[in-house]
Design a protein around this ligand. Structure first.
Ligand code: KG4
Ligand code: ZN
Length: 339
């Protein structure tokens, strides 16, 4: 079963081909980082224009790399929610046109549900039920994945997404975007216990995340006498900028881990899946493996499938296709969908 998946939900134009719900044949991603770099964030209008310019080429590349001509496709899957409205519309319009022209089924996919199942490509034995942590630049949420059509959100961030927090702290530290990889790289030279940044604790028994308090703490630490940016290596304090990066990263990772392990315990599952751009973080991988209780398997996708990609949309599309799901050709985008 060959499914083409398209994702243009944010700032990467991507397409991929899957052979069923757990096998990736290709993944083509055209990143827009260079276009948005000067703005320190994604500019929606620039993003949608760039998607429109690149989508044909990216789809062609995905089909060629999978050695799959258009005639061999069984369906076209596309992200319809959530995301930037103008960006989503480009992928959805392209997918509709292709599905109509080739007489193929169209399958609208929820972007975050696709992140939640993307680890399946690298773990043949991963089956429902499992808990999924999806942490990216736009989302940080936990899902109980009880079946292909029974994916329930358990909790999410009250404010910033984890990746967004890494990106903003990178700006504060004068590091390049995307902030996750650059903060993480500098952190390898610092001490994670040098600065006691606050950890978030949800009220009562709520499963929730928060990152804005941590971001503000880093800001005030850098502004304040204890760690001025213009005196980053004060011997009297012995706190360096790499120390700040490492301490921030440890706090951010612990903020992700606590509610995640709570969700795993409550759901009583043996598998924990992590997805989204932040899943590429090495400290998160290391600490989660160390702190997960015995008997819980922690599954990460390969780094290329952590960030936004069309291949995960194709896998999720294949799964829904097998269950008989189809979207009408007038399916609309839903930019703010959360569940
Ligand atoms: O999933 P993704 O590609 O796009 C969104 O849907 O947002 O995630 C991108 C986010 C960025 O905020 C980036 O800084 C973060 O993932 N990220 C990381 C790492 N690699 C990417 N955060 C922490 N550590 C990393 N190694
Ligand atoms: Zn994403």
């Amino acid at each position: 079963m060959r499914v083409l998946g398209i994702d243009t939900s944010c700032d990467d134009t991507s397409a991929g081909v899957s052979d069923g719900p757990r096998r990736v044949l290709s993944s083509a991603v055209h990143s827009q980082h260079d276009l948005h770099a000067a703005f320190q964030g994604v500019v929606p209008e620039i993003a949608s224009r760039a998607h429109a310019e690149r989508i044909s080429l990216v789809v062609r590349r995905a089909l060629a790399e999978a050695d799959t001509p258009l005639e061999a496709l069984d369906a076209v899957a596309v992200t319809v929610r959530p995301g930037l409205v103008g960006s989503l519309l480009v992928g959805v319009a392209f997918a509709k046109a292709l599905a109509y022209a080739r007489g193929l089924p169209l399958i609208g996919v929820h972007h975050i549900e696709a992140h939640a199942i993307s680890a399946r490509a690298d773990h043949d034995d991963l089956e429902y039920p499992f808990v999924a942590l999806v942490a990216s630049g736009g989302h940080t949420a936990l899902y109980a994945c009880r079946g292909a059509r029974d994916i329930v959100r358990l909790g999410q961030t009250h404010d910033d997404a984890a990746g967004e927090c890494f990106d903003k702290v990178a700006v504060l530290l004068g590091l390049p975007q995307p902030g996750g990889p650059s903060v993480s790289k500098l952190a390898t030279e610092g001490r994670p216990t040098a600065v006691a940044f606050p950890r978030y604790r949800a009220e009562g028994d709520a499963i929730a995340f928060s990152f804005s308090g941590l971001k503000t703490s880093v800001l005030y630490f850098l502004k304040g006498p204890a760690g001025r940016r213009d005196a980053p290596n004060r011997p009297d304090l012995a706190v360096t900028i790499p120390d700040v990066a490492a301490s921030f990263e440890r706090a951010a990772v612990e903020n992700l881990i606590r509610p995640t392990l709570e969700a795993v315990a409550r759901e009583g599952v043996a598998d924990l899946v992590v997805g989204g751009g932040v899943a590429a973080n090495r400290e998160l991988r290391r600490l989660l493996a160390e702190r997960a209780p015995g008997g819980v398997r922690v599954r990460f996708p390969r780094p290329a499938l952590c960030a936004d990609n069309g291949a995960m949309i194709a896998m999720r599309g294949a799964e829904l296709l097998a269950l008989g799901e189809r979207s009408p050709l007038d399916v609309d985008v839903d930019p703010y969908a959360v569940d």
